[in-house]
Write a protein that binds this ligand. Structure first.
Ligand SMILES: [Mn+2]
Length: 394
C-alpha cells in the first residue's frame, strides 16, 4: 500500500505530514499546499496517480464542489480517500463516508487537523503512540485553535515560532527524529537558543513600534494605529495591554495593502470592523484589504498626527493609581493630575481646574487618555511640579 497526503502548509497541516511519515515512512508522499493550491493537486492525483493500492489523505483543507463530486465518484468506484478537517466551513463533508470533519471534542476542547488525524491513526493501529507525540499533537492543537492564549501555553507559541524560523524539511526532520524515540517533548539547546534570539528581536521590534503609535477616533472607536509588516499578534497584545484605553489596534501593512485589527476587549468585535471594509476574521483578531475608504480613514487622515508618547517606564514616585496622585502631561503642555479625594472619588484635574470625578482610577485615566492623549511624566518633572504647586489636591 502506498499513501498520498495533501495538507495545509501551516503548522497544523505540516504536523499531519509529520504523523504520516511516522506511520508510513517511505511509503507516503506528502505535499503541502496553500488553500488555493489543493484543488489542483487533487485533480492531478485523480488523473495521474489514483490506484487501488493507494490511499489519499486530505488534511486541514477541503476541496471545491467539483472535486467533491470527483472524489465521491472515485470513492464509489472503490477508491480509498480520507478527508480530515476541523474547519466549520467544511462540516457539510460529513455526509460522505470518506470525510471526518470535527470542530470540537465532547469535552469542549477544540479540534485541529493534527489531533483528528492522530486519533484516526491510533484507532486504525497505524501509529505507535507515545507521550512525546501526545504532547506535540496537543501543542499544535492549542496553537491552531488559539487555546494556547487562554491557557498561556507558551510552548505552543514557541513551536509555531520555530516552524516559521526554519525550512519545512528541517522542521519535519527534527520533529520526526524526536517523536520516534522520546518519552517527552522538548526543544533542544539549539532551538531554545534561536527561539530566545527571536524573542529578543520581537521585543526590540515592539519597543520601536509602540513609539510610532498614533491615536484617533474612527467610527466612534478610539483606535491605536501602527505600521508593521510582522508580529501582528505580539504587537496587538502588548499595545492593547499597555494602552487599555484604546478600543482596538489597527496594524497597517502599506506595502501589502492590508490592515490587521486586534483588540484585548471582550465587548469589542473587530471582525465587524473588518467586515465594514470587506474583510473578516474573529472577534479579537481580524483583517481586511486596504480599499480606498480604509486608506482615507486609517492612512490619509491620520498621517499628520504625532505619535503617542509612552508613559514614563522607570518611575519610583510618580506611579499610576496612587492615592496621592499621578501626574500626566500632553502635547499642549497641560498637566493632568488624577488623585483620590476625601469622598473616595478619583478626581481628574487639568492644570488647576477639576474636570471630572470617577469611581476608579482606571476610568479616570481612560477618560483622560482618550480625550487628551496624555502620558505619565517622569519623576523629575513630577518633583518640580510638586514644588511649584504646594496644594496639589485642591
Ligand atoms: Mn488547522
Amino acid at each position: 500500500m502506498t499513501y498520498h497526503l495533501y495538507s495545509h502548509n501551516d503548522l497544523d497541516g505540516v504536523s499531519c505530514g509529520i504523523l504520516a511519515k511516522l506511520s508510513f515512512q517511505e511509503n507516503v508522499e506528502v505535499r503541502y499546499n496553500s488553500v488555493q493550491g489543493l484543488d489542483f493537486q487533487v485533480e492531478r492525483f485523480l488523473e495521474q496517480k489514483a490506484h487501488n493500492d493507494t490511499v489519499l489523505f486530505i488534511t486541514d483543507l477541503s476541496v471545491h464542489s467539483e472535486n467533491e463530486k470527483r472524489l465521491q465518484h472515485y470513492f464509489n468506484k472503490g477508491g480509498k480517500v480520507n478527508l480530515l478537517d476541523h474547519h466549520k466551513t467544511a462540516l457539510h463533508f460529513n455526509k460522505y463516508k470518506w470525510a471526518t470533519v470535527k470542530v470540537e471534542y465532547e469535552d469542549g476542547r477544540l479540534a485541529s487537523a493534527t489531533s483528528i488525524f492522530y486519533d484516526y491513526l491510533k484507532e486504525n493501529n497505524l501509529i505507535d503512540g507515545n507521550p512525546a507525540i501526545d504532547t506535540f499533537v496537543d501543542l499544535v492543537r492549542q496553537w491552531d485553535t488559539w487555546e494556547w492564549d487562554r491557557n498561556n501555553t507558551i510552548e505552543a507559541k514557541r513551536l509555531n515560532d520555530l516552524f516559521y524560523m526554519i525550512a519545512i524539511d528541517e522542521f519535519e526532520d527534527r520533529m520526526i527524529q524526536r517523536l520516534q524515540k522520546a518519552n517527552s517533548f522538548s526543544f533542544d539547546d539549539f532551538e531554545e537558543k534561536i527561539l530566545n534570539m527571536e524573542d529578543n528581536k520581537i521585543e526590540r521590534y515592539i519597543q520601536r513600534k509602540r513609539r510610532e503609535l498614533v491615536q484617533t477616533f474612527i467610527g466612534g472607536y478610539c483606535v491605536g494605529i501602527v505600521y508593521a509588516e510582522s508580529y501582528h499578534s505580539e504587537l496587538g497584545n502588548v499595545i492593547g495591554k499597555e494602552s487599555p484605553h484604546l478600543d482596538y489596534i489597527a496594524i497597517l501593512n502599506a506595502g501589502g495593502k492590508k490592515i490587521a485589527f486586534r483588540t484585548i476587549h471582550d465587548e469589542i468585535d473587530v471582525s465587524k470592523i473588518a467586515n465594514d471594509f470587506g474583510g473578516g476574521g474573529h472577534a479579537k483578531a481580524a483583517g481586511c484589504s486596504m480599499n480606498e475608504e480604509a486608506f482615507k480613514l486609517y492612512i490619509a487622515e491620520t498621517f499628520p498626527l504625532e505619535s503617542l508618547r509612552i508613559d514614563a517606564p522607570r518611575n519610583q514616585v510618580n506611579l499610576k493609581g496612587t492615592k496621592d496622585g499621578s501626574l500626566y502631561t500632553d502635547r499642549e503642555d497641560h498637566f493632568y493630575f488624577i488623585y483620590l479625594n476625601s469622598d473616595q472619588e478619583w478626581v481628574l484635574k487639568q492644570d488647576k481646574i477639576i474636570l471630572n470625578g470617577f469611581k476608579t482610577f482606571e476610568e479616570a485615566e481612560r477618560y483622560m487618555k482618550r480625550k487628551y492623549g496624555a502620558w505619565l511624566v517622569r519623576d523629575d518633572v513630577f518633583e518640580k511640579y510638586k514644588s511649584n504647586n504646594k496644594q496639589l489636591k485642591s
